[in-house]
Design a protein around this ligand. Structure first.
Ligand code: NAD
Length: 487
């Protein structure tokens, strides 16, 4: 899973807001310190935006909507969006290093997943936008109906810290492709790559005022979600934050797209190819320190292969190297912040109290500095365990045996979450039957996290509202007017 990338001599940056094509500090000069979670050293400062900065950003975004951007021929806009992707690739060593400094994730992962995919988000939508159509119906000899697409307007893009650039670009690329203007708010924990991205957009030819960014904490996000002149909010983050945003956006009836938390099952039947299961389960459990919303943290294994699965899974997990994210052979880096590290460790205490057995890990890694947790496999926890029910978002999985399909399916769907699931079986009838029964927005059969950007991405139940990807993103970032012409 690694590539042979090395550390570059990239310096961390101080993060200012980006409004109307320029970096600007907060009016009151307020900043906070950005900390490297792998070393606990201060990387730099980050501006804290308030209502004033959000007001300025929204004002210029609304103006830009009516300007050159709104009237730009589609081929020209597509070329600019493609160029953003090109510039991200050109600056990949710098962006990957900043992402690793901010998140604590291995550099090889920043390079091979985060930055590559960020660029691809723009390349994909630069192509996609040129072929997007609308519906048209002829109603006998009475009328022709056709739909006209226009941008949704000024969109607030609010993002979490686990895949900072990847997730921001996953929203920004389709928002721009559909002709919107935006106010981005990256996570306060990982502000650096979005700060560079804003400049990249300008360098690629995006007119001033189209892409704006305000840094800060939850209150800054709340100022965006409550703003009268913001038409829509695309949010990825915790379910509880989604609830707060829904309340805050209600008085102004904003269009909402929510990608929220998950507690995803990984269901392994005895007929599955165990080599493939082990290889992929290592990733779905521990990649990005388990800080991926799609991670399969509830692992259900058919009793007939339970012992063999555990023996092999535990042996592989013990081989994982935890430590310096800039070392090429590091598998698991640091958790993103002290706060999150304490949260993950608190779940390990809960697991102990609940009578769980730790087959690996169960504690902080033995390092002098930084927020490292050992990859942890827990068994002997029941379905009511908080560690089985709540999103831990760290390198921690629970493994539970099952005897029958009915028994496992009841447990799989016994959750408020509904983001994704992995189903491992070579019985195609069982795979199709259970895929339809699993209450999740995405089901992977004999794989995990295999993405095609045209497909619907998102969750049901408390894991989200709406879908992103291809036409789904485009529909969120545009409004349709149906025109009826009487014949
Ligand atoms: P979070 O909800 O704490 O924060 C996300 C963003 O929302 C941050 O920018 C934060 O400053 C902002 N925010 C916080 N309070 C706000 C408020 N009241 N109004 C507006 N904005 C506010 O989430 P996090 O801890 O940064 O990220 C981890 C969570 O994200 C996990 O639950 C994970 O499952 C989820 N996630 C989901 C997906 C998905 O696609 N479904 C992808 C990645 C992460």
């Amino acid at each position: 899973m690694q590539t042979t990338e090395t550390k570059t001599e990239v310096k961390p940056i101080d993060c200012s807001h980006y409004i109307d094509g320029k970096y600007v500090p907060s009016g009151n000069g307020k900043t906070f310190e950005n900390v490297n979670p792998a070393t606990e050293e201060v990387l730099g400062t980050v501006a804290v935006g308030g209502k004033d900065e959000v007001d300025q950003a929204v004002k210029v975004a609304r103006k830009a909507l009516k300007g050159e951007w709104g009237n730009m021929p589609i081929r020209k806009r597509s070329a600019i969006i493609r160029k953003i992707g090109d510039l991200i690739l050109e600056r990949k060593p710098e962006l990957a290093t900043l992402e690793t400094l901010d998140t604590g994730k291995p550099l090889w992962l920043s390079n091979s997943v985060d930055i590559e995919r960020a660029a691809y988000n723009f390349h994909f939508f630069a192509d996609y936008m040129t072929s997007v159509g609308t519906e048209s119906y002829q109603q006998d000899d009475i009328a022709i109906h056709y739909a006209v697409r226009r941008p949704t307007g000024v969109v607030g893009l609010i993002n979490p810290w686990n895949l900072p650039l990847l997730l921001m670009t996953w929203k920004l690329a389709p928002a721009l492709a559909a002709g919107n203007t935006v106010v981005m708010k990256p996570s306060e924990v990982t502000p650096m790559t979005a700060t560079v991205l804003a400049q990249i957009c300008t360098d690629a030819g995006v007119p001033d005022g189209v892409v704006n960014m305000v840094h800060g904490f939850g209150e800054t996000g709340a100022a965006i979600t409550a703003h009268e002149e913001v038409d829509a909010i695309a949010f990825t983050g915790e379910t509880v934050t989604g609830t707060a945003i829904m309340k805050s956006a209600a008085p102004t009836l904003k269009k909402l797209s929510f990608e929220l938390g998950g507690k995803n099952p990984n269901i392994i039947f005895g007929d599955a190819n165990l080599d493939d299961v082990i290889e992929t389960t290592m990733k779905s459990s521990f990649i990005n320190q388990g800080e991926v919303c799609l991670c399969g943290s509830r692992i259900y294994v058919e009793r007939s292969i339970y012992d063999e699965f555990l023996e092999r899974f535990v042996a592989k997990t013990k081989e994982l190297k935890v430590g310096d994210p800039f070392e090429q052979d590091t598998n698991v880096g640091a958790l993103v912040s002290e706060e999150h590290y304490k949260k993950v460790l608190s779940y390990l205490d809960i697991a102990k109290e609940e009578g769980g057995t730790f087959l690996t890990g169960g504690k902080a890694a033995d390092v002098d500095k930084g927020y490292f947790v050992e990859p942890t496999i827990i068994t002997d926890l029941g379905r009511e365990s908080r560690c089985v029910r709540e999103e831990i978002f760290g390198p921690v999985v629970t493994v539970i045996p099952f005897e029958t399909e009915e028994e496992v399916m009841e447990q799989v769907n016994d959750t408020h979450y509904g983001l994704s699931a992995s189903l491992w079986t070579t019985d195609i009838k069982r795979a199709t039957r259970l895929s339809a029964e699993i209450e999740a927005g995405m089901v992977w059969v004999n794989t995990w996290f295999l993405r095609d950007l045209r497909t619907p991405f998102g969750g049901m139940k408390h894991s989200g509202i709406g879908r992103e990807g291809g036409a789904h993103s485009f529909d969120f970032y545009s409004e349709l007017t149906n025109v009826t012409v009487k014949l």
